[in-house]
Design a protein around this ligand. Structure first.
Ligand code: PLP
Length: 420
């Protein structure tokens, strides 16, 4: 598929040629910096991203000289690189030397190829649609699918056979205890028969996914690794020798060298958040979400504000209104609980977070004025100090996980890329 902007089309449409047919589709629209009239934006610090990548590399290098060779990094950049913008993140990491990228969806993989990413792209979701178009796209874009059942292997083989193409390299996912995707031990022999029957589909990689790598104790993960070892031997006994064996998400990358094998698949750690019970203190947050005060008012003691009047002034108060709401990804559960940073100091959210706007009680920030920067996520330094709001902190306040906090920053918040 070739995507080209055509001069004769409206600005937000592109012409796409898909297997000979030309169709017009809407350009995937993430507001470009020039579109951003509102001062609300997410700054993505690519230097911090590279820093985290290097920190993971040096952590993995600690095993060198032992029985392991240093595992390669296949970063997980699904869901638009956890909200950071997949193309820019992938380009930065490819240049930093990353070996491969993992995404969930075929569409995500195509987006990265169209952005010029050349390293292997693993499509982990394993769903390529009910017709052959999805498989054609895999072949056309040189993508590596994850497979976990014999029927899919047969479907891929048939498309390759009848279109006279080169064999396709795939990774096989085995289920060792996650119970989500992956071939079960009972079904493995049937899948291995399918590989033996269809030389068009080559087993290049073998993977599993760990359910409890961030748990306080590692018993479950150890059991998963035992099962993985058994299934790996079974596969090798059939004469198959996958070159890239991988299992570790961020937590296992940080705390379990036994799960490293040939490659690791960290996601959240690249973006500077650490899973529970796993520490790599030097990681730096990559995303900073900021806005500005657009209105400021003084309200008398006893007056209530916002939907449902859930906040009432206990003293005469200064209330700042900021254009960031739950439709931008500021969790409504932060109502009367969360904070924004102003001049490097915390100001509490006052009242209910609404769709586009949120109020802060800035009574204790006497110099606050319209136009001042408010930080919702990330660090700020100012005349009153220096502080940081992390994804982990928001996750704790809202009962979510940091993965949700990052992926909820919505597409109407433009991403600005910083290379300080
Ligand atoms: C199969 C698979 N591998 C790796 C990851 C990366 O996990 P994390 O973000 O915890 O590093 C994910 C993310 O959910 C995943 O689904």
């Amino acid at each position: 598929m070739v995507a080209l902007a055509s001069a004769s089309l409206p600005l937000n449409e592109v012409e796409v040629t898909r297997t000979g047919q030309s169709v017009r589709v809407m350009r995937p629209r993430r507001a470009a910096p020039a579109d951003a009239l509102r001062p609300t934006r997410a700054e993505v610090n690519l230097a911090n991203l590279r820093f985290n990548y290097r920190a993971l590399e040096s952590h993995l290098a600690k095993s060198e000289g032992g029985s392991h060779k240093r595992p390669r990094i296949w970063g997980v950049l699904k869901a638009d690189a956890y909200g950071h913008g997949a193309s820019a993140v992938a380009r930065t990491l490819e240049r930093a030397g990353m070996s491969g990228v993992c995404v969930a969806l075929l569409e995500e993989a195509i987006e990265l190829r169209s952005a010029g990413i050349r390293i292997p792209i693993l499509v982990m979701g394993g769903y390529f649609g009910p017709r052959r178009a999805g498989i054609d796209e895999l072949l056309e874009h040189n993508l590596t699918p994850v497979v976990y059942d014999a029927a899919e292997i047969e479907r891929i083989a048939t498309v390759i056979k009848y279109s006279n193409r080169e064999p396709l390299r795939v990774h096989l996912k085995v289920d060792t205890g996650m119970g989500r995707l992956g071939v079960s031990p009972a079904e493995l022999p049937g899948v291995l028969d399918a590989f033996a029957r269809h030389r068009e589909v080559q087993l290049d990689g073998l993977m599993t996914h760990l359910a409890c790598a961030d748990a306080p104790d590692l018993e479950t993960t150890e059991e998963q690794l035992r099962r993985f070892a058994e299934l790996t031997s079974q596969i090798k006994r059939r004469g198959l020798s996958p070159k890239v064996i991988h299992a570790a998400n961020s937590a296992a990358t940080l705390r379990m060298p036994a799960a490293w094998f040939d490659a690791v698949r960290p996601g959240i750690a690249l973006f500077g958040a650490t899973p529970q019970n796993s520490q790599l203190p030097e990681l730096k947050p990559v995303m900073r979400v900021r806005s500005e005060i657009v209105a400021l008012r003084t309200i008398p003691k006893g007056e209530a504000i916002g939907y449902g009047h859930t906040w009432r002034a206990e003293r005469e108060s200064r209330i700042a209104t900021v254009p960031m709401g739950y439709a931008d990804g500021l969790d409504r559960l932060l109502s009367n609980k969360g904070h924004g940073l102003v001049h490097g100091k915390r100001a509490p959210i006052a009242g209910t977070v609404s769709m586009d706007l949120t109020m802060l009680d800035v009574t204790d920030v006497p110099n606050a004025k319209v136009g001042d920067e408010i930080v919702w996520l990330g660090p700020q330094e100012g005349s009153l100090g220096k502080d940081v709001i992390t994804a982990d902190e928001i996750a704790e306040q809202t009962g979510r996980i940091s993965w949700e906090v990052l992926t909820s920053v919505s597409r109407r918040v433009p991403r600005f890329y910083r290379e300080p």
